[in-house]
Write a protein that binds this ligand. Structure first.
Ligand SMILES: [Zn+2]
Length: 192
């Protein structure tokens, strides 16, 4: 399933390409680890080893694998391009969680349901905020208030940072377009 994601999913392929261009080439056997995890955790990014952990006991569908790999690759991209202080600065963590929730499609499926159910226009933002807070609470021993405060303080800046997608990919077709644009962007800068 992981191989299929890395070879065919446009979100993952764009991120792998962007990581490579930022000087952080991803090697499948070095940077991914399939493990059994406690609880209902799907995956994680280990900043100390630059490794993405995939919880093989909790990922049963290809679409789920696609989303988890994309989410964690966004953390890997942030880790590569910025000096992220994952452990001491909760705002840094909050920023990357906002970006991962916004750009990975984590909120897309729920968006569909919400649109069908309530027709709420601001649901995407609400979903991104909620998921970012939940992700922080899952990995750090901080209070809910601390997590909420960190997310709210950096929300606008980080929600609007769409690198390397250049847009919020709401579907695979969006991600494909973003991937194509990214490759073209590369072509233009290569000619300078
Ligand atoms: Zn995350």
């Amino acid at each position: 399933m992981l191989r299929l994601t890395l070879e065919t999913n446009p979100y993952a392929r764009l991120l792998l390409e962007a990581l490579k261009q930022s000087g952080c080439t991803v090697f499948n056997d070095r940077h991914f680890s399939c493990e059994n995890c406690d609880g209902c955790v799907s995956g994680g990014f280990d900043a100390a080893t630059s490794q993405i952990v995939l919880c093989q006991n909790n990922i049963r569908q290809q679409s789920h694998m696609n989303r988890v790999v994309t989410h964690e690759l966004i953390h890997a991209f942030d880790h590569c391009r910025a000096h992220v202080d994952w452990f001491k600065n909760v705002k840094h963590l909050a920023c990357s969680e906002i970006r991962a929730a916004n750009l990975s499609g984590d909120c897309t499926l729920m968006n569909e349901i919400a649109r069908f159910k309530f027709g709420l226009k601001g649901h995407h933002q609400t979903c991104v905020r909620d998921r970012a807070i939940r992700s922080i609470l899952a990995v750090r021993k901080v209070s809910k208030e601390t997590a909420e405060k960190a997310v709210d303080e950096v929300f606008d800046a980080c929600f609007n940072d769409l690198e390397p997608f250049g847009r919020i990919p709401h579907s695979k077709a969006d991600a494909k377009r973003a991937y194509k644009d990214f490759q073209n962007r590369d072509r233009y800068t290569a000619n300078l």
